[in-house]
Design a protein around this ligand. Structure first.
Ligand code: MRU
Length: 339
């Protein structure tokens, strides 16, 4: 495989490494990934995370494995293992299926490697297109609230929602970002802040439960988030807490946008009801990943869905690489057959 390089993933001389996102922002540690099983573990533990990035990372890991064996059944088995590593972000299934399709068609194994490289390069372009399309909705002096991490750490390119924000800043628009810390794993507090600091975009970090207070003061002009899976009717899954932001926007009359590449639109999902929601370790909510004993009794019963579904009627606009879609476009089923 050719050498590849982005903010949190590298291939050099056929050795794949990832930036361990669980250690950010204070430690920038790269880990070598030796096998598809290693990648599965890193995806499950969120060392590698973000819908587009887990898709491309899984594809690269599978392609590197395909360089080491002629055993097609074994390659397929590893592909299915990677495909199952997380259930909600459809980009994972999309990318792995592209490679498994070539296997099923009996294509030479080099084609699998080429396809993984194409997926890597394509993601960079998709991010650029989303950034350009999304920039059209950003105005000078906008105060934008965002949730989770949707930047270069979550994609191969500049990101989804965060790419839009960075594009507006680079163009010279004076914007300010409110960064939701994003309980329970703090992707906003740890990762989005890290990216915006590097980029020099003015931001303030807030706890998730402060958004309503800000909106009530008229301090938020728009909200932009990413997505892990969009249904054909426009309903979409994103990091837990996104739906409550959409409801708050509706109540306070604040425009609410979602940015995602076409690889996030699931042609098999008619509505948000079809989107599987990942349930995660109770220890995350008890804070056991942050302080040794956690902050809740160890026996506390916990509910920990990693994502929620925002209904289409709460969305002002869908920012895709293929364009900007409004309620009418989505009602006319323009999300069907994008790819
Ligand atoms: O659990 P994570 O950190 O992988 O969740 C990531 C998100 O929810 C992002 O908002 C999403 O992947 C879309 S942006 C790339």
């Amino acid at each position: 495989m050719k050498d590849l390089n982005c903010l949190s993933l590298r291939v050099k001389n056929n050795q794949l490494s990832i930036l361990d996102q669980t250690l950010l922002p204070h430690e920038e540690t790269w880990r070598e990934i030796g096998s598809p099983e290693d990648m599965v573990e890193s995806i499950k533990k969120l060392r590698v995370r973000g819908a587009p990035l887990i898709g491309v990372s899984a594809a690269i890991s599978l392609a590197l494995f395909a360089q080491t064996t002629e055993d097609r059944q074994l390659i397929k088995k590893k592909g299915l293992l990677l495909r199952d590593s997380r259930p909600t972000a459809v980009n994972l299934m999309f990318c792995v299926d592209q490679l498994l399709g070539l296997l099923d068609e009996d294509m030479p194994l080099e084609k699998i490697v080429e396809k993984a490289e194409v997926l890597f390069d394509e993601d960079v372009k998709l991010c650029e297109l989303m950034a350009k399309n999304g920039n059209k909705v950003i105005e000078h002096n906008d105060r934008i609230l965002t949730h989770c991490n949707t930047g270069g750490l979550a994609t191969v390119g500049e990101g989804t929602a965060l790419a839009v924000i960075k594009e507006a800043h680079r163009e010279g628009k004076e914007i300010k970002v409110f960064v939701d810390e994003t309980r329970p794993l703090l992707q906003g507090g740890r990762l989005t802040t890290w990216e915006l600091t590097k980029e020099g975009v003015p931001y303030q970090l807030i706890c998730d439960n402060m958004a309503a207070h800000l909106m009530a003061q008229g301090a938020v002009d728009k909200v932009i988030v990413g997505s892990d899976r969009i249904a054909i009717n426009g309903d979409f899954a994103n990091k837990i807490g996104t739906y409550s932001l959409a409801v708050l926007c509706h109540f306070h009359n604040v425009p609410f946008y979602v940015a995602a590449p076409y690889t996030t639109v699931d042609q098999e999902c008619e509505t948000g009801k079809d989107i599987p929601i990942e349930q995660r370790d109770p220890g995350e909510v008890r804070g056991q990943n942050i302080v040794e004993k956690g902050w809740a009794p160890l026996e506390s019963d916990v509910y920990n869905p990693a994502f929620d579904v925002t209904p289409a009627h709460l969305v002002t606009g869908w920012i895709l690489d293929t364009g900007l879609y409004n309620q009418q476009d989505v009602k006319q089923e323009k999300l069907r057959q994008l790819n």
